[in-house]
Design a binder for this molecule. Structure first.
Ligand code: SAM
Length: 333
């Protein structure tokens, strides 16, 4: 497979230098060779700090067995499109992202969002993750349906194999809270976004996840019994294997952290990122928005800290039922 069209976005994870393809390798200026195996460039190098690397390795092992989201039943682009659009978030992203944009999804897992956004063939879409079994599932779908504009790459958020200021949109959802230093991860991701581009970050919310935290204690004390206390485990429309994956990811994950809206807004402020929107909303909708119709890239009211606390307490009973993930979008200045 030829990677010429993606090389303008990729860089040596060690030095940041440009990469060139020579047969089945990507080669850095200093001569380091990164193999392309199963059509996936292997650009993962360890995190510099030893302590942090231990956590990364633990998470890599975990997500090599827990690959998500699953492709069961997703056997065509139209089924993938239906699923992504039903999820709300997928549809809102698709509507907000220009057909000409370059998009990088970091921590793409099995790459369903990457493949979905790549169904618009004029977009350049890249999915980066450290888990090869997950990437292989995304790559298999891409190859089966010949999505030429989609690429999957193995990489580490903390040594990201991408050029600085190179992509229009960077998406990282459900990932940073599984890393040893989410703020540092955020700053690494931001470096790759072009000035004026957007960063979309999904994180576990400190308030919304309280009920789940309590259930986790109960499950730990009862050896996993009473699983039906979790609303997702009671769902009739989700099959058994998907429920098992959900349970492992939510209740047996070796590393996670929780974050508040104001904390992430501070990350934005510190790094000159303008707040654009939050899902769920933290203050108000734009005039033309309905609850089903969120405009992710339109600047929304930011609200006050008091409003944020009230909203987040309410999230315990809404998004808390499905993991408590909130998504903030910002614009790099
Ligand atoms: C909970 S899954 C989320 C997958 C996908 N974003 C989604 O929303 O369904 C977390 C993903 O982050 C990846 N990940 C965790 N730490 C990473 C790191 N340091 N570098 C790259 N990927 C990482 C894992 O391999 C895993 O696929």
């Amino acid at each position: 497979m030829n990677f010429d069209s993606v090389l303008q976005f990729l860089a040596c994870p060690e030095t940041g230098d440009t990469l060139e393809q020579e047969n089945n390798n990507l080669i850095s200026k200093n001569g380091t060779k990164y193999p392309i195996t199963d059509n996936i460039p292997r650009l993962l190098i360890p995190t510099k700090s030893k302590e942090e690397e231990k956590v990364r390795e633990k998470m890599q092992k975990f997500y090599e067995t827990v690959t998500l989201p699953g492709y069961d039943g997703i056997d065509s682009p139209s089924v993938l499109m239906d699923k992504a659009k039903k999820s709300g978030f997928g549809r809102w992203l698709d509507e907000a992202i220009s057909p000409m944009a370059s998009v990088m999804e970091v921590g793409c897992g099995t790459g369903q969002m990457t493949n979905f956004l790549g169904l618009v063939s004029s977009r350049k879409v890249m999915g980066i993750d450290q888990s090869i079994p997950s990437l292989k599932l995304g790559q298999a779908f891409k190859e089966k349906f010949d999505l030429k504009n989609v690429s999957f790459i193995q990489g580490n958020i903390f040594t990201l194999p991408a050029k600085n200021n190179s992509v229009d949109i960077l998406i990282c959802s459900g990932v940073l809270h599984h890393t040893p230093d989410p703020y540092k991860g955020f700053t690494e991701l931001l470096k790759k976004v072009k000035p004026g581009g957007y960063i979309v970050i999904g994180l576990y919310n400190s308030y919304a996840r309280i009920p789940l935290g309590i259930r986790k204690i109960i499950f730990n004390c009862t050896g996993g019994a009473l699983r039906n206390l979790d609303a997702h485990m009671r769902r009739k429309d989700v099959d058994k294997s998907k429920k098992e994956i959900w349970f492992s990811d939510q209740y047996k994950n070796p590393h996670e952290s929780w974050h508040s809206v104001d904390e992430v807004l501070k990350w934005f402020e510190k790094n000159k990122v303008e707040f654009v929107s939050c899902v769920p909303n933290i203050a108000g909708r734009m005039g033309d928005e309905t609850p089903q119709n969120q405009n992710l890239f339109k600047i929304h009211p930011k609200g006050s800290s008091i409003q944020h606390i009230a909203k987040q307490l309410g999230w315990m009973f809404t998004i808390g039922r499905e993991g408590g993930l909130f998504v903030l979008t910002g614009r790099k200045q």
